[in-house]
Design a binder for this molecule. Structure first.
Ligand SMILES: *[C@@H]1O[C@H](CO)[C@@H](O)[C@H](O)[C@H]1NC(C)=O
Ligand SMILES: *[C@@H]1O[C@H](CO)[C@@H](O)[C@H](O)[C@H]1NC(C)=O
Ligand SMILES: *[C@@H]1O[C@H](CO)[C@@H](O)[C@H](O)[C@H]1NC(C)=O
Ligand SMILES: *[C@@H]1O[C@H](CO)[C@@H](O)[C@H](O)[C@H]1NC(C)=O
Ligand SMILES: *[C@@H]1O[C@H](CO)[C@@H](O)[C@H](O)[C@H]1NC(C)=O
Ligand SMILES: *[C@@H]1O[C@H](CO)[C@@H](O)[C@H](O)[C@H]1NC(C)=O
Ligand SMILES: *[C@@H]1O[C@H](CO)[C@@H](O)[C@H](O)[C@H]1NC(C)=O
Ligand SMILES: *[C@@H]1O[C@H](CO)[C@@H](O)[C@H](O)[C@H]1NC(C)=O
Ligand SMILES: [Fe+2]
Length: 467
């Protein structure tokens, strides 16, 4: 199924409906025609799910940032047969001195599934901008990987983030990951906007699909940090199976550095990395006034020092602005709560998933409404973030294709194709965002935009053209 309109028709409708004078252009619905095939989860005997050889060999190795400032790395892995060792051995590229860090091991049960031995080990006090090798496992089942620490935190440090959401484990998921890996822009860290394995779409939330997902993503996540956000498919809330604790498999398998940002929960936290300050929020934890998440965010935005980290990025699973039919207005309660702060603290960009498609907004806000004044239309706002929905990783639920019509003018571009994003920070004023669809060559950007930092606006920026 292709786009519904070709460009001239879209332009015409845009002109008729575009009554808000502030908008200089109408949004563009892509006319790209993609395959309509629904992708299935890759079979259990697929190459990407292969178990590494050796007795009790570590598998599902993945890393994330391990502290607030980027000198720590949190390494996680699973041993299938027995606890084995919690030790990570690591050394800088040009050093022969192997150091050791000691972690923890845990297991969990879900309905009739019992997990393997899940290890988490934080390595601290690393040097910035250095390649490290690391090893996990014992004897001939030892496995070696590497990562590169980020540069020292600072305002003009270039850094390249990948952005992936709603990945799942289909053939399309594999294409998305391959396209990210082979993109010549070379992402250094993945901002993952939630919905990881989609194990819950299988009978009894078959948690072996959490294990296959861990093995599938290891080829990237063992070598560069993935910054985790909890989505609705992480809830695994299944009272009929006797499973009442939300996020049980996710929170056992994917640890994050929430304590180092003084958060009380792994579902909301922050990190600094190079020139970026990343705030992770939880769409599926209480966020109303006086809740722990609210109280943490209230203090968090004030802490961000834009002289140190100019780029303020927010991740949350459910988008606040979404013009697709599916999940329409689901982010509205969160928007009413937090959009005011996003504008006040000049957030540069909000990345979300959930909607299985791509969409990029103009810089808009909708914060004037006070119940009685009737002011409830988004307006161009140069202090507002750009909202990017990128839940197009390629999971088994397929693409979200149906769009609200006409294309609202707050939405700059939308297209239902699988793909990934790259957020490429150049310096304190400029970052380049590009979206790459899986049908194109690895170097092709299907949509792209220069983002001008909201705190360090380049001089001479025009109020409307600038985004
Ligand atoms: C879609 O499915 C049809 C029928 O199974 C197949 O012939 C075609 O190659 C598929 N297209 C893509 C792009 O995978
Ligand atoms: C480490 O070794 C690599 C390869 O031998 C070399 O390219 C690099 O410059 C060295 N780095 C430092 C900090 O010595
Ligand atoms: C769990 O229960 C389901 C349904 O009875 C069954 O199909 C499955 O094989 C069981 N799995 C295990 C690991 O026992
Ligand atoms: C690994 O070591 C174990 C025990 O030391 C031994 O039984 C096994 O044959 C070894 N496997 C390989 C592939 O060398
Ligand atoms: C997944 O992608 C990788 C890299 O492109 C490829 O080697 C592998 O065969 C693919 N596996 C499946 C099941 O599609
Ligand atoms: C966390 O709180 C402690 C104690 O108040 C403070 O020293 C530290 O700077 C805080 N860390 C962050 C990242 O805000
Ligand atoms: C913000 O960061 C800059 C650069 O690191 C530093 O000089 C300044 O003191 C910081 N401001 C505050 C209020 O901490
Ligand atoms: C920041 O990067 C942009 C884009 O690469 C460039 O045009 C601009 O000159 C840079 N600013 C400075 C101060 O180097
Ligand atoms: Fe979702």
């Amino acid at each position: 199924m292709g786009a519904r309109w070709d460009f001239p028709v879209l332009l015409l409708i845009g002109l008729i409906s575009n009554t808000v004078a502030e908008f200089c252009n109408v949004g563009r619905t892509s006319s790209f025609v993609r395959s309509a095939n629904l992708s299935l989860d890759m079979p259990l005997d697929s190459d990407v799910f292969r178990v590494p050889p050796g007795y009790n060999a570590p598998q599902q190795v993945h890393i994330t940032q391990g502290d607030h400032g980027g000198k720590g790395v949190l390494v996680s892995w699973v041993t299938p047969d027995e606890p084995g060792s919690n030790t990570v051995r690591y050394w800088a590229e040009n050093s022969t001195h192997k150091q050791e860090a000691e972690g923890i091991v845990l297991t969990y049960k879900f309905y009739n599934y019992t997990s393997g031995y899940i290890h988490h080990c934080t390595i601290n006090a690393l040097e910035y901008d250095t390649k490290y090798y690391y090893e996990v496992g014992i004897g001939n089942a030892t496995r070696q990987f590497w990562f590169t620490t980020p540069p020292t935190v600072g305002p003009d440090v270039p850094y390249t983030f990948g952005v992936i959401g709603d990945l799942g484990q289909t053939y399309d998921s594999n294409r998305t990951l391959t396209h990210y890996e082979l993109n010549p822009m070379k992402g250094q860290t993945v901002l993952f906007v939630g919905d990881l394995s989609y194990a819950d779409d299988h009978p009894f939330h078959d948690n072996t699909r959490w294990d296959t997902w861990g093995r599938f993503t290891e080829r990237n996540a063992a070598y560069q940090p993935w910054i985790w956000t909890a989505g609705n498919h992480e809830l695994d809330f299944a009272p009929k199976l006797g499973e009442y604790i939300p996020f049980k498999p996710y929170s056992n398998r994917y640890h994050v550095p929430f304590i180092t940002s003084n958060s009380t929960s792994p579902f909301w936290y922050s990190i600094k990395r190079a020139s970026a300050y990343v705030i992770v929020m939880s769409s599926y934890s209480a966020f109303g006034k006086y809740t722990p998440q609210y109280k943490w965010l209230e203090k968090e935005f004030i802490k961000v020092n834009r002289t140190e980290t100019p780029w303020l990025i927010v991740l949350m699973h459910c988008p606040l602005y979404n013009s697709y039919v599916h999940h329409y207005m689901e982010g509205e309660t969160m928007r009413v709560m937090y959009e005011l702060w996003f504008v006040k603290y000049k957030v540069d960009v909000v990345f979300s998933g959930h909607v299985h498609a791509y969409e990029r907004s103009e810089r808009i806000s909708n914060i004037a409404y006070d119940i009685v004044n009737g002011l409830c239309t988004p307006i161009i706002d140069s202090s507002a973030p750009v909202y990017i929905t990128i839940g197009d990783g390629g999971n088994l639920e397929g693409l979200t294709k149906e769009m609200t019509e006409p294309h609202p003018s707050y939405s700059a571009y939308r297209e239902a194709s699988f793909g990934h994003g790259i957020f490429d920070i150049k310096n304190r004023t400029h970052a380049y965002f590009s979206w790459h669809r899986n049908e194109d060559g690895y170097a092709v950007a299907a949509d792209s935009v220069w983002l001008h930092n909201r705190h360090w606006k380049p001089s001479g920026e025009l109020p409307v053209a600038a985004i």
